[in-house]
Every structure is written in C-alpha cells, then in structure tokens.
Design a protein around this ligand. Structure first.
Ligand SMILES: NC(=O)c1ccc[n+]([C@@H]2O[C@H](COP(=O)([O-])OP(=O)(O)OC[C@H]3O[C@@H](n4cnc5c(N)ncnc54)[C@H](O)[C@@H]3O)[C@@H](O)[C@H]2O)c1
Ligand SMILES: [Zn+2]
Ligand SMILES: [Zn+2]
Length: 404
C-alpha cells in the first residue's frame, strides 16, 4: 500500500510499504477514507522530537472496516468507524477510569500510545491506504452513513482535535458565562474556541498572528487578537475594560477580575516570541496566560510540551525544562491541567452533537488532497500558508473507481 513516511527534518514522501495484516485476534483492519495532518505531526516533521526516520505518519484516522480478527464480536466488515488517536486496551487501571490517554498496556515505554507518533508505541499511522487497529473493539467508534457523505470531515475531527479542543475547554473550566482567552488559532485553538461556545462561554478571545486563522475565529463569534499589535494579555484587558457593558457591570474592586477566568494554550513548546516572532520562546504563552487569567481561574495547556527537544535553545530546553511564573500562578490560585487528550471520553458525545446537527467542526477544514500531495501539503502547512489551516488526506482521491 501507499503511505506517508517521515524521512528526516522537513522531508516526507509517499512510499510503497507492506500492507498491514491482522496480527492478533483482537485486531481490526481499516481502509482509510480520510486522514488528517495535525500540528502535532509538524513537531516530528521539523525534527523537533526524538523520532527516527521511517515513521508512517498519521494519528487522525477514519474509514471502513475491511477485516476483523477472530475475537472481534461487535464490529464487522463494512462498518464505518473513526479511531481516537490514543491507542488503548480499554480495560487497564487507567482505561477503566476513562484515561485512555495513559493506557498501561499498549506502550511498553510509557503510559499512553498513539498511531504514527514517536514515543507512542510501535503502531503505524493512517496517512495511508490501510491501518491496523489493535484492540479493535476498544479503539473503533462506530459512525452512521457512508464514506464521503456530508459528515465525513466532521467525523474525522473526532479522532483528535474536536475532542482535544473540547478537553482544553474542560481543563480550563469553561462554563456558561465564562470568559476565555485562547492562544493559537490553529485547528486546536479554533476548536477550543468553538467548544467554549458550545459550553456556553460569554466571551472568547483568540490570539494568533495568521490573518486567515484569526478571521476564522472571528467568523464563529470569537474576538480576534493579533499579537503583532502588542502584548496580548494587555490587549484583552483593554478590550474588556473599554467595553462599557463589561465595565458598567463591575462593582468596586472587580477591576482585579478584568482578565478572563479561563485560559487555554493551544500552541505548545514551539510558541513564537511576541517581540520577535521570527524566534521561538517556549514560555511566552504561559507567561501571558499567568498575566491574563484572573485569581481563582483555570488553565488548560493543550499545546504539546515534550521531555526531549533536539532543537531546544539550551541544555534545559532540550530536556523540556523551562522557567515559569510559578509564583504568580500560585498567588492567584490558578488550577492547571495539561497532557494528551483522552479522546474516547468525548468522542461519543461530540459524535452525537454532529449527527444531531448541533456541531459542525469542519468549518476549520481548508483543503482536501490525495495521498500524492502530502509532501507539498506538509511543507505549506508547516509555513502556515493561507489555505493550509487544516488539510485532510483522502487516499482514494484520484484512484480509479474511488469514493471519497
Ligand atoms: N494535547 C493533545 O492531546 C493534543 C492533540 C492535538 C494537538 N496538540 C497540540 O496542539 C498544538 C496546536 O496544534 P494545531 O494543530 O492547532 O497546530 P498549529 O501549529 O497549526 O497551530 C498553532 C498556532 O499557534 C500560533 N502561534 C505560534 N506562536 C504563538 C504565540 N506565541 N501566541 C499565539 N499564537 C501563536 C501559530 O501561528 C499557529 O497558528 C500543537 O502543539 C499540537 O501538537 C495537542
Ligand atoms: Zn492530531
Ligand atoms: Zn489500557
């Protein structure tokens, strides 16, 4: 089969690789109808992880079951499914408590596994024609309809970033009436904004510097904050204090709460320096969040931080160690959540919101491509070029008699 393979920093190619096959009685084979390219793939693409060349990429996968192992009872050939990016066993101590992001069985090296990702177990990714899904019963979310129908792209986003955006909002304690600041208007930041609104947030501010992405944030009703125009925390505080309705509702002393209650980092360790965006400054977002989140607020750090970064600027950064405004966060009594999303905890509820027509996360999808265009799309997405906010690969596109 054909698959997208990481060859080294800045280089992926579409190679012929061996077809996956049923290796264990609980496996399922899925013919991929759509696979997403994720901001998380870019950390590997750029050589900013400890990945070795040869990884078949792709952790955002959906398709149709082609074959099931002999122990699989509840799924059959022809079922349409989406695969949460966490590969889980479904029954260990952590999976049983809903923490499928920290499965104790599927990865010998750490708690938690994923398809096509460094440090996340031996599983190949789904930017390919076929995917082996281990522990099939636990890892397949069943979908209605047919490949290529009008919900295909919405459903694909259930594999990672819609649940991830929602989890960020959960960690940041977004509730009806909440005020929310989100750093990063990539797919994750945009769906964190969208999820915050689904949860009833009153005000949502989204910070980035890519005009197309800020426009998308504005279109769903968020307030776009361009960090090229000044420190974003100050911009958000000014916007709130200059709003006569916000100001007019405040009692004496409440100016101390002129920030927001909920903060989300949807950027991670490759955050740009606000003063010189040609450079990275991994703590720039945390610093701004510590400033803008009100006393008693909460933070959701959904952007990735890794314990190994070959491109870190000094010895500490290479080991994922940073200097943080811990005192400021402690003094304000801020609750902080972080880590991989336990996708499966959210995917059924969010799937049913999509089916009911009450959520349409595919507004972020900007381009659909055949497998052969993946190398070009990686390069353009990596440069955050217009039109490349979220790219979906359709392996059957351009193939004879294909549905996509
Ligand atoms: N925790 C999880 O389970 C999980 C799952 C999926 C993705 N992620 C992570 O979420 C992050 C975002 O993913 P994405 O797909 O949206 O990727 P992305 O890289 O397209 O988006 C990041 C955005 O942040 C912007 N940005 C850079 N520096 C900034 C700064 N200092 N302030 C504000 N914005 C800044 C960029 O312009 C870009 O638009 C990545 O780190 C990704 O690995 C985490
Ligand atoms: Zn992803
Ligand atoms: Zn488990």
């Amino acid at each position: 089969m054909r698959a997208v393979v990481w060859k080294g920093p800045g280089k992926v190619s579409v190679d012929q690789v061996e077809d996956p096959r049923i290796e264990s009685a609980t496996d399922v084979l899925v013919r991929i109808s759509t696979a997403g390219i994720c901001g998380s793939d870019l950390h590997m693409y750029e050589g900013r992880t400890s990945a070795e060349p040869g990884v078949v990429l792709g952790h955002e996968n959906m398709g149709v079951i082609e074959e099931v192992g002999s122990a699989v009872q509840q799924l059959r050939k022809g079922d349409r499914v989406v695969l949460p990016f966490n590969v889980c066993c479904g029954t260990c101590f952590n999976c049983s408590r809903g923490y499928t992001n920290a499965c104790l069985v599927t990865n010998d090296e750490a708690a938690g596994a994923a398809y096509g990702y460094v440090g996340m177990g031996p599983y190949r990714g789904g930017q390919a024609e076929l995917l082996r899904v281990p522990w099939g019963e636990a890892n397949c979310i069943k979908l209605p309809g047919k490949p290529g129908d009008e919900l295909e792209d919405d459903f694909l986003l259930l594999s990672d970033i819609f649940p991830t955006g929602y989890h960020a909002a959960e960690m940041a304690n977004v509730q009806p009436g909440s005020t929310v600041a989100i750093f990063g208007a990539g797919p994750v930041g945009l769906l964190a904004a969208y999820s915050s609104m689904l949860r009833g947030a009153a005000e949502v501010y989204v910070v980035d510097a890519v005009p197309e992405r800020l426009e998308r944030a504005q279109k769903i009703g968020a307030v776009a904050v361009d960090f090229r125009k000044g420190p974003p925390a100050q911009q958000i505080r000014d916007l709130r204090l200059k709003n006569p309705l916000v100001r007019g509702a405040m009692r004496k002393g409440e100016e101390k709460m002129a920030g927001v209650m909920c903060g989300i980092d949807a950027v991670g360790y490759q955050a740009k320096d606000f003063e010189d965006p040609s450079k990275e400054q991994p703590t720039s977002v945390t610093e701004q969040l510590a400033e803008i989140v009100n006393p008693t607020g909460a933070l959701g750090i959904i952007g990735v931080f890794l314990p190994e970064d070959p491109g870190g600027k000094d010895k500490a950064a290479k080991q994922g160690e940073y200097r943080l405004p811990w005192g400021a966060l402690w003094e304000k009594g801020i609750r902080v959540g972080m880590g991989q999303t336990p996708v499966k905890s959210y995917s059924l509820a969010l799937r049913d919101l999509i089916i009911a027509g009450r959520a349409k996360p595919s507004f972020i999808v900007s381009r659909r491509i055949p497998l052969s265009e993946a190398p070009d799309a990686y390069a353009k997405f990596d440069r955050r070029e217009p039109g490349y906010t979220k790219v979906l690969i359709k392996p059957a596109m351009g193939q004879p008699s294909a549905a996509h």
